[in-house]
Design a protein around this ligand. Sequence first.
Ligand SMILES: Cc1cc2nc3c(=O)[nH]c(=O)nc-3n(C[C@H](O)[C@H](O)[C@H](O)COP(=O)(O)O)c2cc1C
Length: 367
Amino acid sequence: MKFLPDPVVATHADDDAPRVSTLLLAPMEGLLDFVLRDILTRAGGIDRCVSEFIRITDQLLPERVFTRIVPELHNGGRTLAGVPVRAQLLGSDPVCLAENAARLAALGPAGIDLNFGCPAKVVNRHGGGAALLEEPETIAAIVAAVRRAVPAHMPVSAKMRLGFHDDSKAVACAQAIAGSGADELVVHARTKLQAYRPPAFWERIADIRAAVSIPLVANGEIWTVEDARRCREASGCHMLMLGRGAVADPGLALAIRASGSAQSGLSWTQVLPLIVQFWQLVCARLDAHARPGRLKQWLNFLRRRYPEAQLAYMALRTVNHPTDIQRWLDAACPGSLIEEGLETVDRLKPLVAVAQARGAGQHLLAH
Ligand SMILES: Cc1cc2nc3c(=O)[nH]c(=O)nc-3n(C[C@H](O)[C@H](O)[C@H](O)COP(=O)(O)O)c2cc1C
């Protein structure tokens, strides 16, 4: 395969937006599970992850459900690359959520996150996810009950959308979350009705920032370094959460960190070894019939960013046997390239540390 030159990423050395202090990887049920979390945190630049939601209805779940969805609980609540993972709970009953949170907390996640944004009909019909944005008082009861049930040293955070039908209760919901003892709040800057359609209304996060004093994280529609800069400027947040953008571009977090220091994200030759490792993990952890779909799902995102991923996607679209996929990967990514790519990823990490250190002073000023 012929490789294109390294992608060029815009840099803004003198912008007015607050510098990035923290980059979180978004929870994404059915897409960003522990396998992809592992790979994306190996790529670097991510400070913390949130797991996909664990749905709580009317039962105390057995430990094995928590560890199946968040296997990082077996690794001290961290991905193999050492990045902390908070486990996310979704439900509408404060008592049941609190009991499950206590059991989950005993397994040692890096924190517990509460979902107030899921748009799925089945979840909303039962009063969970984004449906709670109509009821700030229930949100307050949930956060307070979970906070009480979890040891004081363990962070409890929340993630909300701007509202269900409209954003008129956004500030009330954020105040309910902050006032009930949450340590941090992520705001996905869209209502449930707006689903995942661009744009995201980052400026509404600034309104919330003015009304609550806990750390706020801005989320939604950050696909490029330039998006990250505009989001920081509009929201006033120096903490960002990356979702689909990080899946489409595993070097996005590194590039955002390094913006202003002329450093780009990852080239395709650096991403290929990550794809090979992803495939190895998928083969080790998933049933044979589910494996090709997982690889194609990721390639489908990657082709937004890398022309080579488009070629790979086209080549593998109709291939459904794991052995044939392995053969294709062996040809596309010889062993030497795997090592070379991983070394390059490792070499980028000190640069990230420098960019982080440089941002630290701004962090204090910006909040
Ligand atoms: C496939 C998919 C699954 C998601 N699952 C969750 C979830 O389990 N919990 C949650 O809080 N948000 C979930 N989200 C929302 C994302 O965390 C994020 O808020 C949203 O994608 C906007 O960010 P982005 O534009 O950077 O992708 C999901 C989004 C997608 C696309």
